[in-house]
Design a protein around this ligand. Sequence first.
Ligand SMILES: Cc1cc2nc3c(=O)[nH]c(=O)nc-3n(C[C@H](O)[C@H](O)[C@H](O)COP(=O)(O)OP(=O)(O)OC[C@H]3O[C@@H](n4cnc5c(N)ncnc54)[C@H](O)[C@@H]3O)c2cc1C
Length: 408
Amino acid sequence: MERKDQTPAVVVGGGIGGMATALSLSRAGIPVHLLERAAEFSEVGAGIQVGPNVMRMLDALGVLAEIREIAFFPRTLTLMDALDGSHVTSVDLGPAFVERFGYPYATIHRADLHEVLVRACAASPLVRLETEQTVTGYDQTNDGVLVRTARGDEVPGSVLIGADGIWSTIRESLVGDGEPRITGHIAYRAVLPMTEIPEDLRSDSVVLWAGPNLHLAHYPLRRGELFNMGAIFHSDRFLEGADVYGDPDELHAKFSGVHPNVATLLGKIEEWRMWVLRDRDPDDRWTDRRVALLGDSAHPTLQYMAQGAGMAIEDAVVLARTLSASTPGEVPSALHDYAEERFSRTSRVTLTSRLFGQLFHASGAERVVRRDMLAHWSSQSAHQSFAWLYDGIDVVGARATSTEETVA
Ligand SMILES: Cc1cc2nc3c(=O)[nH]c(=O)nc-3n(C[C@H](O)[C@H](O)[C@H](O)COP(=O)(O)OP(=O)(O)OC[C@H]3O[C@@H](n4cnc5c(N)ncnc54)[C@H](O)[C@@H]3O)c2cc1C
């Protein structure tokens, strides 16, 4: 395969966004040097929902067959009322959905998705993966970037892609807009073997039990062998920090008035991991000449639409498409085009996710209105409402180059 530019693109961060970027760029013939601060490549966390728009991207990246083997394909997206246990609405994810959007809706263990991407990157001669490299800053000239690491290395690159997550160092240098917004919502997540869930409470759907200032979502993972649960609620504990093992007392206190089915499910979990949920107002300052942000560093979003990682994967495909169509001198304008193409869509996800959070956490009159509004919502109207998202984006270019590399 022809290497368009011998100086690699430097990608900072080896999460789902960074790995998808390395893979996507390599599929387009662009060499990549990825720097990750952790000692090994891994994903902390539980399950992740993957909409058909994201499955389309995974297909373009040439990993769909592996994803299919380890994913679960839920039957519906179902909203239940967490207080009285009544059914609010469901979106059927069966054949009509798959035909409409071209790809199924999947759930997948975060570590499984990440591992598929890492394996594909490791198999590419164009990708160099390096761990224990914390990026501290960078300089750029008209021809390239020099990325500084805590070890004292200076890593040269044709471009620098900051896929370093919500606490991005690259964003701090590029935009400098401080900490992401605290929402006051926290998430406790856990994954259990399916066998530990009482048979009458197992479900083959993505089920969200919505209550006042809280919800519990659950769905199967890994071909149905695992049961993923995420409990989200408005809390005062968010100041304690992110990603710590939480004390479930507050969780159980907040959920004290819920339907017995919800209480039984919550009671199955002994150890919960806590996430403090943050996002940012959309801001289009994603690029500066040869430097660009991608994924959570560019557009951190709340998880209420289950699309944060999906948007990062879409970013990766668009970035490879725009960069591979540019000459070395056109790189700054290619990065600008990438950001321009992605800004509106990712902003819509960020802003709509906030609205979904309000809808899920409604109380009083809002809860009653939610019930009445959604009571007659058909799967067909859901398909229409989500078409802007699930129809996905153009993969032309990425798909062609992916085939090219497979042949090579
Ligand atoms: C509760 C919850 C549920 C979610 N559910 C879904 C869902 O169902 N579907 C979905 O699509 N999304 C979901 N998301 C969102 C999704 O998890 C994120 O959007 C996604 O993981 C972001 O990926 P990223 O690669 O941009 O960032 P990260 O995953 O944060 O990766 C950043 C990487 O950069 C590394 N790094 C950071 N700084 C440096 C540095 N200075 N030098 C080197 N390396 C560095 C980090 O170690 C890390 O590996 C959810 C999020 C939460 C909190």
